[in-house]
Design a protein around this ligand. Structure first.
Ligand SMILES: [Zn+2]
Length: 82
């Protein structure tokens, strides 16, 4: 983990995020952002235990192949990870 940098960026508010929702390849940093596209009921149905496309996760341990990270306000930073 690199201080001040984030592995993903929210698709709604554009902020850097280390944990949040993944919904069909879109990222949502918070409940508030998720609710823009999904109601509670929709999410409960989509994010079932068997779902690989809709879930909550964290990216605090990103792998070494990650070379693009984000600042808190969503700017892309390219870093060298050895
Ligand atoms: Zn957001």
């Amino acid at each position: 983990m690199i201080q001040g940098l984030f592995a993903r960026k929210c698709g709604k508010c554009g902020r850097g995020m280390r944990e949040g929702y993944l919904a069909d390849y879109e990222y949502y940093c918070s409940d508030a952002c998720l609710r823009i596209d999904f109601t509670d009921e929709e999410w409960a149905e989509l994010a079932s235990d068997e779902s690989d496309d809709f879930y909550y996760t964290d990216w605090s341990d990103w792998d070494d192949s990650t070379d693009e990270l984000y600042t808190a306000d969503g700017r892309v930073v390219t870093v060298m990870l050895s």
